[in-house]
Write a protein that binds this ligand. Structure first.
Ligand code: ADP
Ligand code: MG
Length: 368
């Protein structure tokens, strides 16, 4: 097939599926008794949305994905696809009957098979000729039909990732699961492959769950984000919700670098060396943590709230990272400021904290 009209048309119309709702209901998992990997996770991927599972290494992201795919059977809770139970105490629908596609972190292409055969691999229900046609449509969707007869090793990392995506969407799954699909790509490729993948997901209308440990990637890709820590769901919501109203210090720290202060609530406020901040919802006497984003400072050489002395400056392009000594503080305060906001010779300056970049939490004994 040439890269002309047929490919273009196929790209728009192929792989359309009915969007599904996938719900995890109080899902728990123990690989061995007494060592839980998931603790009662309840979470729903809504029809047609891209839900990003975000969390540090070991937080249970892959386990949750494998349970959704049916490669792993959870030890507690249920899984529902469009309100139908597909895994639970008395039910287990096998992977091939779930209408679920899976893209692995390392793409997992078969090296000895052509690109076409790799994509055709999962289309076992179709005749050979039908499978070939569907596989070509799927390859056209990711813009790679010209490589149908090549082998994986002759393709770049980004192209291999798209082949893996073509293979996953070829059977027109209702739900597409992707485990850190961009982590194997170098950073220059990532942006374009991510954007391309998102556009393919939109066109396929599949519900997608994309795993990542990178908050920025989750914000770029996800209609909603579910943040996991230690096998527990910390918070689920839009990027705005998680960034602006993080549930705890961990969630806040996952989305922005923070300066952290500790204090006690008095008169509805917490005092810090950078001033007093309102502690809404916290009773007087409660131990509190005040987190200020590095991006939350205005700097001036003539006026401001708090005097500070410049200790070091690191040029990062659009912004610079400044370390500042503030009276009453042992640790330096770190600020991310626009380049040019301070003259090169600035030493004694003034800081003003922007209220929207201040987050106050009850102290739980955990660190960020
Ligand atoms: P993530 O994908 O977020 O890095 P995983 O889901 O791979 O996390 O792992 C969650 C927890 O489960 C970790 O503590 C990990 O060591 C454990 N785990 C994962 N797979 C297995 C396995 N096959 N056997 C035993 N423990 C496992
Ligand atoms: Mg993982």
């Amino acid at each position: 097939m040439s890269a002309g009209e047929p490919g273009q048309a196929a790209r728009v119309t192929a792989g359309v599926t009915f969007a599904a709702r996938l719900a995890f209901e109080n899902v728990s998992h123990e690989f061995s008794p007494g060592t839980p990997a998931l603790h009662g996770v309840s979470l729903t991927a809504e029809p047609g949305e891209v839900l990003c599972l975000l969390g540090p290494s070991g937080s249970g992201k892959t386990t949750l994905l494998r349970i959704a795919a049916g490669i792993e059977m959870q030890t507690g809770g249920r899984l529902l696809l469009n309100e139908r139970e597909i895994a639970g105490p008395n039910v287990f629908v096998p992977p091939e009957k779930r209408s679920v596609g899976l893209v692995f972190q390392d793409f997992a292409l078969f090296p000895h098979m052509t690109i076409l055969d790799n994509v055709r691999f999962g289309l076992t229900a179709l005749s050979r000729e039908e499978a070939r046609k569907e596989a070509m449509i799927s390859l056209a969707r990711v813009g790679l039909e010209r490589y149908a007869h090549s082998y994986p090793h002759s393709l770049s990392g980004g192209e291999q990732q798209r082949v893996a995506l073509a293979r996953a969407i070829a059977p027109r799954p209702a739900v597409l699961l992707m485990d850190e699909p961009f982590s194997g790509l170098d950073s220059r490729l990532k942006d374009s492959v991510r954007a391309e993948t998102l556009s393919i997901l939109r066109h396929s209308r599949a519900t997608a769950i994309v795993v990542t440990h990178d908050a920025e990637e989750a914000m770029r890709m996800g209609d909603r984000i579910a943040l996991l820590k230690g096998g527990r769901l910390v918070q689920a919501g839009t990027a705005h919700e998680l960034y602006e109203r993080p549930a705890d210090l961990f969630a806040a720290g996952f989305f922005s670098e923070l300066n952290v202060f500790e204090g006690r609530v008095a008169g509805g406020r917490v005092e810090t060396p950078l001033g007093g901040f309102a502690a809404p919802g916290l009773a007087d006497g409660v131990r509190a943590t005040v987190a200020i984003r590095l991006s939350g400072f205005d700097v001036s050489q003539t006026h401001g709230q708090t005097p500070a002395r410049v200790l070091s400056r690191r040029f990062l392009g659009v912004v610079e990272l400044v370390e500042l000594a503030v009276p009453g503080m042992e640790q330096p305060v770190r600020a991310r400021i626009r380049c040019g906001a301070l003259s090169g010779s600035a030493r004694e300056i003034w800081l003003t904290v922007r209220q929207t970049d201040v987050l106050v939490f009850e102290r739980t004994g955990e660190s960020a």
